[in-house]
Design a binder for this molecule. Structure first.
Ligand code: AMP
Ligand code: MG
Length: 278
């Protein structure tokens, strides 16, 4: 059972069909305990994944301002080993990045074998903010859905698991969070006037997100809509999907790690024997 909604691509979806306040009837405490257990198991799998170096995991987080991208990283990725898990945040492109194709900076950050990478924003900004703010002509961004699908296909064909999460918050919840950030001097640094401006473009972003979800959710690189008004439910839903996606590889990784260990022990034995004989 999954707490988030996987977009199958069998029919076009509308965001208004999805309830951002969903919590599967769980209590706050119960959800936190479950998340802790899942994340601990995820950390064990991460060790196996890292030692066996056969696959990588790319997690893409997208969502409107205040939807909880940073919070998800803190709570879910925070417990993972930073030797094999890192975050890449994509902001407004630099001059150098602008001088290349839009996937150039993205490809440079994809995870190597054994690694987990979390994208805080991603290639999808190039069909979201770029589209909503008219930063390139329509004929340019229109081509990008296919270009993104082809790019992600390359990653998944190269043994990367790609999971994409849209953190779904309501307009009211966003207002509440923006006002809370304004009131809290320790949180205000995250704000920008652009957040309020983007809020006026709520419907335009909705249309842009719907196109992303409908055009770029594939069997090998699916999109999930995560009910995100409740932060603890959001964390649980994402952690659970990460765990379920990696679990099928567990035995293969154990076999590989044992094989590497066996080879090393044989090499050590041979070395010791050669020392005895000399
Ligand atoms: P934040 O995530 O709050 O640190 O803000 C990063 C900002 O960079 C957001 O407003 C994004 O929309 C913007 N951004 C990210 N990628 C792009 C892009 N490819 N083109 C234009 N703006 C972008
Ligand atoms: Mg921002």
């Amino acid at each position: 059972m999954s707490y988030a909604h996987r977009i199958e691509g069998d029919r076009p979806i509308k965001l208004s069909e999805f309830d951002s306040t969903e919590d599967a009837g769980l209590r706050h405490e119960e959800a936190i305990q479950r998340t802790d257990r899942i994340v601990a198991e995820l950390a064990e799998l991460q060790e196996l994944m890292s030692a066996s170096r056969q696959r990588s995991l790319l997690v893409i987080l997208q969502g409107r301002d205040t939807s909880g991208k940073d919070g998800t990283i803190r709570h879910v990725a925070g417990a993972l080993n930073s030797q094999s898990c890192s975050v890449a945040s994509f902001k407004q492109p630099t001059e150098e990045e602008m001088a290349h194709d839009f996937l150039w900076r993205i490809h440079a950050e994809t995870p190597a074998k054994g690694q987990i990478k979390i994208f805080n924003r991603s290639q999808y900004e190039d069909v979201l903010v770029v589209r909503v703010h008219d930063l390139v002509p329509k004929h340019v961004w229109r081509e990008r859905y296919d270009q993104i699908n082809a790019f992600e296909r390359l990653l998944t064909d190269s043994d990367t698991t790609v999971l994409k999460f849209y953190l779904h918050i309501s307009k009211q919840e966003q207002k509440r969070r923006l006002l809370e950030r304004e009131r809290n001097p320790m949180k205000s640094w995250k704000l920008s006037a652009g957040d309020w401006k983007d809020r006026e473009l709520w419907d335009e972003y909705t249309a842009a997100y719907e196109d992303v979800l409908n055009r770029c959710s594939t069997a090998s690189a699916p999109w999930f809509i995560v009910p995100a008004d409740k932060k603890w439910f959001r964390n649980l839903a994402i952690a659970e999907i990460l765990l379920e996606s990696l679990k099928p590889f567990r035995q293969g990784w154990i076999d590989r790690v044992e094989e590497i260990g066996r080879r090393e022990r044989i090499a050590i034995e041979e070395y010791k024997r050669s020392r005895e004989n000399s």
